[in-house]
Design a protein around this ligand. Structure first.
Ligand code: PLP
Length: 274
């Protein structure tokens, strides 16, 4: 496996990052997961823009997006994968925190791994912990993902693959690594960005391509939604057929099935959609 580190390709086995790297010690880093299919990165421009937004939000030096793009191409060329994910990690490295931060000493790692295609349906749970929509990290894709790790572990213990959060005012927000959509009276809705959710790239494409409305939704909407689905880079559009023990239809419902069809069709036609 060849990875990108320190501005070039290296063997993953011998690659070194300092044990004092702030990304490791205090979660001072940001990341992106990009779908890689037959050597092409999907929606890479959007992912690079979000990496820069997350870095700015965390006060990291501006990442060199030309280098990140070059690194992604080099890693994909060096490691052919039929279907996988590029993982881009950018941290403060050894640069001091606050206004003393220089551009030197940041860490950029790009790696790729195989990722199996996710099933069309899954189970999800809700968790009692909240997303802080007014927190400093709201909407940023940082390596401080501890809350997501705990919630996802709870989901797995209960036989589900995703855990959904409400925000501090009880509104439906997002999953640990996905955005959520619900069908109410036949209409498709998803929580707005001010709910504190990540500006998911699959979410944005689904809103545009499938015509969803961005609506404030109480968490208990999940008890009465006709259909529920998740979106993320690795799930694409994935139907939720069980939520907290409530069984929905076994197969994706009509609105979900149509969103899946449109997403697959549009994504196949355009590998870097704007
Ligand atoms: N919400 C969170 C917290 C995530 O980590 C992710 C995954 O990246 C998403 C939503 C979905 O975003 P995307 O569709 O860009 O993968």
């Amino acid at each position: 496996m060849r990875i990108w580190l320190d501005g070039g390709l290296r063997d993953a086995d011998g690659a070194r990052v300092s044990v004092f790297d702030h990304g490791l010690t205090v979660g001072d880093g940001v990341f992106e997961t990009v779908k890689a299919e037959r050597g092409r990165a999907f929606a890479l421009t959007r992912h690079l823009e979000r990496l820069a937004t997350s870095a700015r939000g965390l006060g990291l030096p501006e990442p060199d997006l030309d280098e990140v793009r070059r690194g992604c191409t080099a890693v994909l060329d060096a490691n052919p994968v039929a279907l996988g994910r590029l993982r881009i990690t950018y941290t403060g490295g050894l640069s001091p925190l606050g206004s003393d931060r220089g551009d030197d000493g940041t860490t950029l790692v790009i790696a790729v791994s195989e990722a199996p295609r996710r099933p069309d349906t899954t189970a999800a749970i809700t968790v009692p912990w909240t997303r802080n929509e007014r927190g400093a990290l709201a909407g940023l894709k940082t390596t401080s993902y501890g809350e997501n790790v705990v919630a996802l572990a709870r989901a797995r213990e209960l036989g589900a693959s995703e855990a959904l959060f409400a925000n501090t005012v009880g509104q439906l927000c997002e999953g640990t690594g996905s955005n959520v959509f619900v069908v109410l009276d036949g209409e498709l809705h998803t929580p707005p960005l001010h709910s504190g959710c990540l500006a998911g790239i699959t979410r944005a494409l689904t809103v545009t391509w499938a015509g969803a409305k961005e609506t404030d939704l109480p968490l208990d909407v999940l008890e009465r939604a006709e259909e529920i689905f998740l979106t993320s880079t690795l799930r694409d559009v994935q139907a939720v057929t069980r939520i907290d023990g409530r069984q929905l239809a076994e197969r994706p419902g009509p609105v979900t099935a149509e969103a899946m069809r449109i997403f697959d069709e549009q994504a196949a036609a355009d590998t870097d959609p704007r």
